[in-house]
Design a protein around this ligand. Sequence first.
Ligand code: SF4
Length: 330
Amino acid sequence: MLYEKLGSDVVKCNLCGWRCTIQPGKRGVCSVRENRGGTLYSLVYGKACSYAVDPIEKKPLYHFHPGTTAFSVATVGCNFRCIFCDNWSISQEKEITGENLPPESIVAMAKATGCRSVSYTYTEPTIFFEYAYDTAKLAHREGLYNTFVTNGYMTPEAIDTIDGYLDAATVDFKGSGDPNFYRNFCKVTNLEPVYQALAEMKRKKIFIEITDLIVTGGGDAKEPFIKLVEWIHDELGEGTPFHILRFFPSYKYDGHGPPTVSYLEELWQASKEIGLKYVYLGNVMSHKYENTYCPRCGKNVIDRSGFEVTSINLKGGNCAFCGEGINVVV
Ligand code: SF4
């Protein structure tokens, strides 16, 4: 889907921000889309390398059907090269591996396990777009929601194509969107597609939650963090759920420890002062900032313990104590 022929069997892929021009016999940056004689093929369609039933809180999606489970699926491949990737064994895998799992099976398993949604996650869903798209269509027909966990490096055309089937997305920043950090740690030189994709998702009314992974030793500066939070506040809105995630050493980047909890609390405070209503700390177990507090009365409206929702004090989408509207889909 979404490629064009440039002549002499050369093709251009328009799925993600790279917009790769691919010579015959070659693959795109993601390593899973191959030009065979002037036709671009997805090599991972129907090949799930990982699938599981997860709490939707694990995505994290804290404001989209809280307390439900999501059938989660991935294929190998990614369009980023993050040296600290947690899922590097599948995202950076060059060999096309995976179990044959057609869209019909994913939807059947999601229903059989009582999931309310299907989540395209663990690796970047944009690079297995056709597989996600067909599954999402089928899932909707069966009354399930669809969510992406994405780095946001998608083209407006991709969002336009899946619009109507994609209900929510967690869009992950790393190092607060600092261009130097993305260049040096993820091999990505232009972040503009991410901001464009977010604006497009908002226009299409896809429910958005944002994460920012604070990476010690390069992706933990305060200035880009403030800039990112201000952008979220001004462009996406004060009600956008925002998760500040604690990095832990992984893959090729293991020389630094995680950021301190007190520094993350400082960032939490700064985000609230900028005006975001729902700010969370992630990867910090049993912290009071994993709960949802009503922005008006301050009471705990969704209590969490790790990924488990322990109580919900909402009436419809409103605070059960004072009636304030909460930006939550229930
Ligand atoms: S999806 Fe893959 S082939 Fe297509 S533009 Fe992105 S990296 Fe290139």
